[in-house]
Design a protein around this ligand. Sequence first.
Ligand code: B12
Length: 305
Amino acid sequence: MKTQLSTKEVASLLNITETTVKRWSEAGKLPCTKTLGGHRKFYINDILKFAEENSFPITGVIPPPLSSKQLKNLEFGVYTKNYQLVADIFKIEALQGDKAGLENLLLYLYRNHVQFTTIIDEVLHPALARIGELWQEKTIDVDQEHLSSTAVKEALIRLGSVLFHKNPNGLNAICACVEGELHDIGIIAISYALEIEGFQVTSLGIDTPFKSLKTYIQKHKPKLVCLSATSPEIPKSKFKEAVREIAELTHSYNGKIICGGIYSNLFAKEDLQVDLIAYSTTDTIEFVKNVFKLKPGKKHKINNK
Ligand code: B12
């Protein structure tokens, strides 16, 4: 683990300017050593001790430990909104299974005001799609695909704990992967995107039997039902029939139902009788805002890491 930080990294971590860091280090508030070339180096522990003793919030984030070329690309990509550059870096970190690096990268984007939906649709999604292609063309083995997707999932979950949520909108939603479905990164992203909009979300996770889904919906009558289906191994007619039944049930109490994921994308919304077949987080949130007439609300932080 990296233990020493540069002036720039300390500034970024404490959300202060580099000039302030230099001033505080000259004043002895922030202890540092100097390299032969005269550059200041700070120990992370000293910075954490300083923050604790002075009740100084650590609100910033250290740029991920990337090569200088990657760091330049990352900064340039964020600044110019060229997220393809960022997705390429994300893919490389994912292939290395570097969950701390991925978490830092996600936090860096979020703290630099890249919207959560953009992070998912323009960085995480294309990076994993490329990893899927590498696996399909046998450039990488299945173990490396597993390593990458597990690291991405863990980093996403860690990002989830620092996301800002709008005030509760009074609507409840359930998110689930249908029977036979193990891909859950997409639905986790959708559930976080809904929580950001103020929904109270219950996640039923992977491979939820259709029967249990119906029972749950009958009991709790969620205003929004979100189902994810990606695997080509899901039997088509069973899926179609079960989703139609769930849609009918949801509509019977005026709820809305959305299906997403690569497998769902093979169907038209009329086939499944659902309100939307979703292709991305962005289109889902647009739809939800329109259909539930959500107003832009005040945000509040639920959890400060
Ligand atoms: C990671 C991964 C796995 C992991 C999943 C781990 C996990 N915890 O999720 C594991 C190893 C388990 C896996 C298994 C399999 N996989 Co896989 N997998 C992938 C991979 C590389 C990434 C998927 C991912 O997370 N993407 C990122 C998320 C954010 O994207 P997403 O899921 O598409 O979700 C977005 C949208 O679709 C939408 N969305 C998704 N769901 C929902 C739901 C709602 C309600 C809404 C509103 C929106 C929404 O919003 C999301 C955000 O934008 C893809 C490659 C790819 N192109 O996606 C292959 C891929 C999906 N897998 C594939 C296959 C074939 C399989 C297996 C059948 C392989 C096998 N023979 O065993 C199994 C099936 C397992 C099962 N029964 O479900 C194929 C599917 C092809 C198809 N459907 O035509 C793909 C495309 C790989 C490929 N190029 O061939 N896989």
